[in-house]
Design a protein around this ligand. Structure first.
Ligand SMILES: [Mn+2]
Length: 353
């Protein structure tokens, strides 16, 4: 089968236009987005651009433990009956999300399967690799001028650590809005999803309403204070987890802790720089009941998606081992965690099943 994915910014606009043409005009387009800075910014760009064209849109941000391909989520979608789905930063997986409803996937993670007949606008494998928000900004240009939304694309790039990737769009946004303001906005927008409540609503509200990162930071919006409180909660959780000493065995360094906050990616990232010759595995037993969530990072160049595939336990689902080759993770039920962690050399780290 020929590869019909766009391969350059100039391909994105026609691909997006063609995807929208398949949407039912009499039903709202439903935008699904991941709850991090990149996914929220992508969703906000798509909604703001579509609203200007007069098309009815709704947004549903997916949070803790949710994915668009799950049976539970399909039931919700069937009830909403959207005219089409724009799915941002939520991966590219096998199968239809909602049979009979046209879908465009806007994403940059490593695809794990063929998503039915969805239109796939993926930056995965490009050099440099655009994040979902930048892809969404190119999509928005299919609908009209989108220059005022550039700062949202920049938030996605910074949030996904593409700051050094060399995108001219980011340089332009930095010159216009300031590097510090953009970074501070990313830090706040990313905060609520890491808290125990994990409610990204105040972040999304600001991304839909504000005209610039400075407006988001200093515009007198009550949601900004909610984001600051979320950040304080996460900082406190990090202080606790930072004190956990890594346990090293072979190529793997394990840092295990118990927190309701989504801090495992941050802890893995912090230790990655200090344990340069190890695969860093940060495991959180407190994030979601009956699950062990974990993040993997490494500075060794090891392909972490292959590493997880080699150690995949029998019951692992879609949430295991997707993402990026140097930044991945997953979630496992206790029995599968026990098989996995014993298999990589830490039999004493099993949990009660
Ligand atoms: Mn992303």
């Amino acid at each position: 089968m020929p590869d019909l994915r766009p391969h350059s910014p100039a391909d994105v606009t026609p691909a997006f236009r063609a995807a929208l043409e398949r949407f039912a005009p009499d039903r709202p387009a439903l935008i699904l987005g991941h709850f991090d800075a990149d996914g929220l910014s992508a969703a906000a760009i798509l909604k703001r651009a579509l609203d200007r064209t007069g098309r009815a849109t709704e947004i549903r941000i997916l949070g803790k433990g949710e994915n668009p391909w799950s049976p539970a989520f399909r039931a919700e979608l069937e009830a909403r009956r959207p005219g089409g789905l724009l799915v941002a930063d939520l991966g590219v997986r096998a199968g239809e999300i909602l049979p009979g409803v046209p879908v465009a996937l806007i994403d940059h993670h490593v695809p794990t399967g063929v998503p039915g007949d969805a239109v796939v606008i993926s930056g995965n494998g490009w050099a440099p690799e655009p994040t979902s928000a930048l892809l969404a900004w190119w999509c928005a240009q299919a609908l009209g001028p989108a220059d005022d939304l550039l700062w949202l694309a920049a938030l996605g790039l910074i949030g996904d650590m593409a700051e050094g990737a060399g995108f001219p769009e980011l340089a332009e946004a930095q010159a216009r809005y300031g590097k510090t303001a953009l970074r501070d906005a990313v830090s706040l927008v990313n905060a609520p999803r890491r808290t125990a409540a994990a409610d990204p609503t105040p972040a999304l509200v600001l991304l839909l309403r504000c005209e610039s990162p400075k407006d988001l930071l200093k515009g007198g919006h009550s949601e900004t204070e909610q984001l600051r409180a979320a950040k304080a909660e996460v900082v406190a959780a990090l202080e606790g987890a930072k004190r956990v000493a890594p346990k090293v065995r072979g190529d793997v360094a394990l840092i295990r802790f118990h927190s309701p906050c989504q801090i495992h990616p941050l802890i893995a990232q912090q230790w990655r720089g200090r344990l340069k010759d190890k695969i860093v595995l940060a495991a959180n037993t407190g994030y979601r009941e009956d699950w062990i969530h974990f993040a993997l990072r490494t500075a060794t160049g090891t392909n972490l998606i292959s590493f997880l595939a080699d150690h995949r336990p029998a019951g692992a689902g879609e949430e295991y081992g997707s993402g990026h080759v140097q930044a991945t993770g997953g979630a496992l039920r206790p029995a599968d965690w026990n098989a996995f962690i014993a298999g990589i050399g830490f039999p004493e780290e099993q949990v009660p099943a």
